[in-house]
Design a protein around this ligand. Structure first.
Ligand code: SF4
Ligand code: SF4
Length: 499
């Protein structure tokens, strides 16, 4: 199917397209099977009385989440969000305008939960829930990456990502789920990580990394697994253990800890920082997945928990951990909350514990893609804007040539890679190609104006999405990599300098 997709020409410009209804109405996620649904405590298939049950769930969620209730009521249709979603810009489909997407839920809300909607029906823009509407929900609430860009531009701060999460939770509750996200969540429970890497394979990868780096550098950098009593539990996204270019960042993390003299370990039980509970909008699963990390931190008696390069994992750890499974009073109280590997590395660099040889990256001119969940849903370094500046400062520390992409495409206004939110599956490739267009145009602008030839990111999903998308846009997939890939190349190993 992807072969027939029209791919936008790269001009370096992002233009607002004309509206064309229904362009993406056929790009839906595959439906989850009964076994994977039931393992997650959802009904195995669409319930016979699904409509009643969904409306009960809707009422329950309106009562529980005041933000959802508010978002249903306060939109004034000002239009400020209409051209802000990468999926609308790439697909022209009005249901991919944030206000259009939310309207799919609001029209049902009006029908069953407002006086005007109950009395006036369609005159009050209210609509009954039925199979057609459910099909629209399945389609368009899985064409949202929960990236929150729209919320930055909404004068009322309406967060369509929360509406999307609520819609997915309601659909799951009546037995209509997404195959891809279910498979991932079940793999975490059954095996310990999103990729389903068993402990033996994990161990042999880490051993391979040790011998590979020693052969290359002559330095014995360790990749410990399940070691008790060390300083740091390092929880990367599991793609870092196997995929390319992710694994180069894994090498970078280990070299940082080695050179700084900080003992650390990976865990075979909590070998995954990613938390797809966030994507399916289910706080019970988010909590359960998150708890694995905290149980393991306690069991291994570590002093600190550090997250690798994964955007939504960092959001789940940074923004939700304390509410879900805190407080973390068992950690060293100089490091009482999870830390991001970028803030750890940059802090060590500033304190003189790490040195970089910029010439190792001299063939590249870098730009940086702010991953949505880091940029708009978390912080880093415990100061406002740290999540924007720390990764950039770290890049500047490891190279001579860095240029940002246009201002309206970075920092809090960053454009999503279009693979997040549980959309990184094969059947969603047509949408992923179109939705990545704004970021690809901004990258093209940086290529044309600053000779940029490398896109650095700190998110596992962004890496997977961009390496897949670049060839569609006639770009080399090797132009994408992690910030710790730069660190890996530039870090000077050798005599330790006090930390
Ligand atoms: S959260 Fe992101 S993907 Fe979803 S509607 Fe808003 S801008 Fe679009
Ligand atoms: S910007 Fe906010 S208030 Fe305006 S149409 Fe969009 S969601 Fe509604």
């Amino acid at each position: 199917m992807a072969e027939n997709i029209e791919v936008a020409e790269l001009t370096g410009k992002i233009e607002i397209p004309p509206v064309i209804k229904g362009t993406m109405k056929n790009n839906k996620p595959q439906i989850a099977d009964a076994e994977s649904m039931e393992k997650l405590k959802f009904p195995g298939s669409k319930l016979p009385n699904w409509k009643e049950r969904l409306l009960e769930k809707f009422a329950e969620m309106l009562g529980k989440y005041r933000s959802l209730h508010l978002f249903m009521d306060i939109c004034v249709k000002c239009g400020a969000c209409t051209d802000k979603c990468h999926f609308f810009l790439g697909t022209k489909d009005p249901n991919n305008m944030p206000v259009g997407r939310a309207e799919l839920m609001r029209k049902v809300y009006r029908k069953y939960f407002t006086v005007e909607g109950k009395l006036l029906g369609s005159l009050a823009r209210a609509q009954e829930m039925d199979d057609t509407v459910l099909d629209e929900w399945l389609t368009y609430f899985y064409q949202c990456t929960e990236c929150r860009r729209c919320s930055v531009f909404c004068p009322y701060g309406i967060d369509t990502a929360e509406i999307t999460m609520a819609a997915r939770e309601m659909m799951n509750s009546v037995g209509v789920g997404n195959r891809y996200t279910n498979i991932i969540v079940n793999k975490v429970y059954d095996i310990g990580n999103n990729l389903g890497i068993p402990e033996a394979a994990l161990r042999s990868t880490l051993e391979f990394m040790e011998s590979d780096i020693e052969e290359e550098t002559g330095v014995a950098v360790k990749f410990p697994l399940d070691e008790e009593g060390v300083d740091v539990l390092l929880v990367p996204p599991s793609a870092d253990f196997f995929s390319s270019p992710h694994i180069e960042s894994l090498a970078g993390y280990a070299k940082v800890f080695h050179q700084a003299g900080i003992s650390f370990t990976f865990s075979s039980y909590a070998s995954e920082a990613g938390n797809f509970g966030l994507f399916i909008g289910n706080y019970d699963h988010m909590k359960k997945i998150n708890k694995r990390i905290w149980d393991e931190a306690r069991r291994l008696k570590v002093k600190r928990v550090v997250a690798g390069e994964c955007g939504h994992a960092w959001r789940a750890l940074y923004a939700f951990s304390n509410t879900l499974n805190g407080p973390f009073d068992f950690l060293d109280q100089k490091h009482p909350i999870p830390e991001h590997i970028c803030e750890v590395t940059y802090d060590l660099y500033k304190r003189g514990a790490l040195k970089f040889d910029k010439s190792a990256n001299e063939e590249f001119t870098f730009t940086y893609h702010d991953s949505c969940n880091v940029a708009r849903a978390s912080r880093m370094g415990n100061y406002p804007g740290g999540q924007y500046e720390i990764p950039r400062e770290l890049i500047r520390a490891t190279c001579d040539k860095f240029f940002d992409m246009p201002e309206n495409t970075i920092r809090e206004k960053t454009f999503c890679c279009s693979g997040g939110g549980g959309l990184l599956s094969e059947e969603m490739i047509p949408l992923r190609i179109k939705g990545s267009m704004p970021r690809m145009q901004a990258f093209k602008y940086a290529m044309d104006n600053h000779d940029v030839n490398f896109l650095a990111v700190i998110c596992s999903i962004c890496k997977a999405q961009f390496t897949k998308m670049f060839p569609y846009y006639d770009l080399d997939m090797e132009m994408v990599g992690g910030v710790h890939q730069l660190v890996n190349r530039a870090i000077l190993l050798g005599a330790k300098e006090g930390v």
